[in-house]
Design a protein around this ligand. Structure first.
Ligand code: C6P
Length: 407
């Protein structure tokens, strides 16, 4: 039943119908970016062919329609993450910009010499470098939660790092390099018990299971639209209103002000205070269409199918001689990072490409976690709702072929 429904779902994604190097495209690089359903592509075409206009500025019909569609998407996103108010939803370029915004605005205003920011040993560079920048500027220090052999957070170590010097905890919900789903609710509760706010990097989580920022009680949550079946160049920062209100603007320009004189500018209310300049209007509208699409599919189907596919993929990959995973977390999303004998991951990726199979090879912008497991690159297959068991079988056959070529 589920498999039949997934075959129908695949029809919604025009890009999946093509041949690559004469073979059916098997797209297993979904952690890098997901493909887009027809409804998202249509929403972009509709915007440009029917009501392209700048928002929040014009009194004319097109501007009002564009503004309406943009703000409708904000409300859809509010519902998607279950935020209290649409003023807590800030549109940015992606997870990277969202973290930089918090680091530069919140971090800069709360961090002083000797203060500390806690991250984890499995962060993407986007959740490391912005904190290094602000810590360096403020004389603060970055502390890193150790990982266990399985690739999970060492929660005892986390407890030992929490101190009166801690000003923020910033950790990933689901790792893009090893797939671990972190016990973020527990981490948030522990940090809050010490009066410390928490940012969650949800870039790899939001497409795989339901997000509820109120249930998590996180202070900030960031995501990228392009990993959620939406367009590139658009993402979201969720922040608790009381924190966002206290934070200074991140960038200055049009739309983020109420009034400007040469002596002083008065900033606009939330969320506009953090949306300087003409935003990525079609990106926001396309992201709204992606959320509609996901709602139409429904979480039960997505979660059940991806869980089944992940178990199948893990079992089949374990059958491949010479294949080893670099981590083995209990709670995980469909991100499968592996080594095959001593074949370089780029060689694996190149041979698979000839078979029409797209995976990612390299350090996945998460060098410290790879280093933790003693490697500097892996091959990574990552799953989405439209992938099938048949595609996993193709991956396995191709990996067996890679072994024949290289050993
Ligand atoms: N990871 C991957 O192939 P942006 O680039 O801003 O959309 O997302 C950054 C980012 C932040 N956090 C996590 C956990 C991520 O996985 C990513 C992006 C992609 O793994 C591209 S490097």
């Amino acid at each position: 039943m589920t498999e039949k429904r997934i075959i129908e779902v695949r029809e919604d994604f025009p890009i999946l119908r093509q041949l690559v190097h004469g073979k059916p495209l098997t797209y297993l690089d979904n952690a890098a970016t997901t493909q887009k359903p027809r409804t998202v592509i249509d929403a972009l075409v509709k915007y440009y062919s029917e009501f392209n206009s700048n928002i929040h500025r014009g009194v004319h019909e097109l501007s009002q329609r564009a503004t309406g569609a943009y703000e409708d998407s904000r409300e859809k996103m509010r519902l998607f993450v279950n935020a209290r108010s649409e003023t807590e939803i800030i549109f940015v370029r992606g997870a990277t910009e969202a973290i930089n915004l918090v680091a530069q605005s919140y971090g800069n205003s709360v961090l002083g010499a000797g203060d500390e920011v806690i991250i984890s040993g499995m962060e993407h560079h986007a959740n490391i470098v912005p904190w290094q920048l602000v810590c360096e500027a403020r004389g603060a220090r970055l502390r890193v939660i150790r990982l266990t052999e399985r690739g999970e957070l060492d929660l005892d170590h986390f407890e030992s790092l929490l101190s009166p010097r801690t000003k923020l905890v910033s950790i990933v919900h689901a790792s893009n390099a090893i797939g671990t789903v972190n016990p973020v609710k527990h981490v948030i509760a522990r940090a809050h018990a010490s009066g410390v706010p928490v940012l969650i990097d949800g870039a790899q989580a939001v497409a795989h299971f339901e997000t509820d920022v109120r249930d998590l009680d996180c202070d900030f949550y960031v995501l990228s639209g392009h990993k959620l079946y939406g367009p590139t160049g658009i993402g979201v920062l969720y922040g608790k209103k009381e924190l966002l209100e206290r934070m200074p603007p991140y960038q200055g320009g049009g739309d983020m002000i109420r009034s400007v004189t040469f002596e002083k500018s008065v900033y606009n209310e939330l969320p506009y205070k953090f949306e300087a300049g003409t935003p990525h209007i079609e990106g926001v509208i396309g992201l709204g269409a992606a959320l509609d699409y996901l709602q139409g599919i429904g979480w039960p189907l997505i979660v059940e199918h991806e869980r089944d596919l992940l178990q199948y993929a893990l079992a089949r990959l374990r059958e491949v001689p010479g294949l080893r995973f670099i981590a083995d977390p209990c709670e995980r999303v469909g991100v499968l990072s592996f080594m095959l004998d001593d074949i370089h991951p780029h060689d694996i990726g190149t041979v698979l490409d000839q078979e029409g199979i797209a995976i990612r090879a390299g350090h996945h912008c998460a060098q410290p976690v790879l280093e933790r497991f003693g490697v500097n690159a892996t091959a990574r297959a990552s799953l989405a709702l439209y992938n099938t068991r048949g595609e996993i079988d193709r991956l396995i056959d191709a990996l067996l072929m890679v072994r024949e070529v290289f050993t």
